[in-house]
Ligand binder design. Structure first.
Ligand SMILES: [Zn+2]
Length: 271
């Protein structure tokens, strides 16, 4: 599933190809994504241009003079920049054609992604309004997490994966961050000290930064003709390592499920 680093990598990958380029056509091949793609895009976008490409959480925001296109990659979505001579494949559901002969194409086999349109301020949009701070900004601090956790009697892993608390800490990153910070994933969030939150916040920022940096190395493939997405796999210390030795103490890594998501941890190194 595309996580925040992949979405940020996509943003950086598509931006130089589509910014300030004139839109000449919009093609909707399959409008049934998570929500229907608004047909009005075919009327609203042509003739206009994209003036900025930003991101909030895992939502990509493509601003035009009339409104903003909100794109979410869901479980399996990917964006590609291709020549308009490259024909669409089975799962290429949506595309924007620019006057320079390039297409921004959305491929989404599982169709949990979304393409939406709003004329309002995107920070007030119902999908975005209640999102917690961006993890890589100064708003995301140990103090913030500590205060937000005081009245929440929930496991720390569930807490940091809640996008109303902080955006972008997906399952793999939550597992890795808790392992590196030495915090047991089932520890109650309201019983964690400020000092430990300090460590956790630093680790989360570091892991996400590193993932985005690694994603950057795939950018050159972004507009490749074969349309392969610019995603990447980073080195994992704990995720998926069930029954393997912990990289720190050699004890066997354990696996449980929390909120239907896989959790891997070392009961010796995490408490
Ligand atoms: Zn260990």
């Amino acid at each position: 599933m595309p996580e925040l680093p992949e979405v940020e990598t996509s943003r950086r990958g598509i931006e130089p190809h589509i910014i300030n380029k004139k839109i000449i056509n919009v093609i909707i091949r399959q409008k049934k994504l998570r929500w229907p793609i608004p047909v009005s895009l075919k009327k609203n976008l042509p003739g206009d241009q994209i003036t900025s490409v930003s991101r909030r959480g895992k939502y990509l925001l493509l601003k035009t003079s009339k409104g903003t296109l909100i794109i979410h990659l869901g479980m399996s979505g990917s964006l590609h920049i291709v020549s308009n001579k490259i024909s669409a494949e089975k799962h290429d559901h949506f595309e924007i054609e620019f006057s320079n002969g390039k297409l921004l194409r959305l491929r989404d086999p599982r169709r949990f992604g979304a393409v939406l349109w709003t004329r309002q301020d995107t920070s007030k949009h119902k999908l975005i309004e209640k999102l917690g701070p961006e993890p890589l900004t100064d708003e995301f601090t140990a103090d913030y997490l500590y205060q937000a956790s005081r009245k929440r009697k929930i496991a720390i892993k569930t807490f940091i994966m809640n996008s109303h608390i902080v955006v972008g800490v997906g399952n793999i990153y939550a597992n890795e961050a808790l392992f590196t910070a030495g915090i047991h994933p089932k520890r109650m969030s309201h019983r964690i000290s400020l000092a430990r939150y300090q460590q956790l916040v630093e680790v989360i920022k570091k892991i996400l930064h590193k993932a985005i940096e690694q994603g950057g190395t795939t950018l050159r493939d972004f507009s490749s003709a074969d349309g392969k997405p610019g995603y990447f796999q980073q080195k994992l210390n704990i995720y998926g390592k069930v029954d393997q030795p912990c990289p720190i103490c050699n004890q066997t890594v354990k696996h449980i499920r929390q909120q239907q998501r896989s959790t891997y941890y070392c009961s010796h190194c995490q408490n």
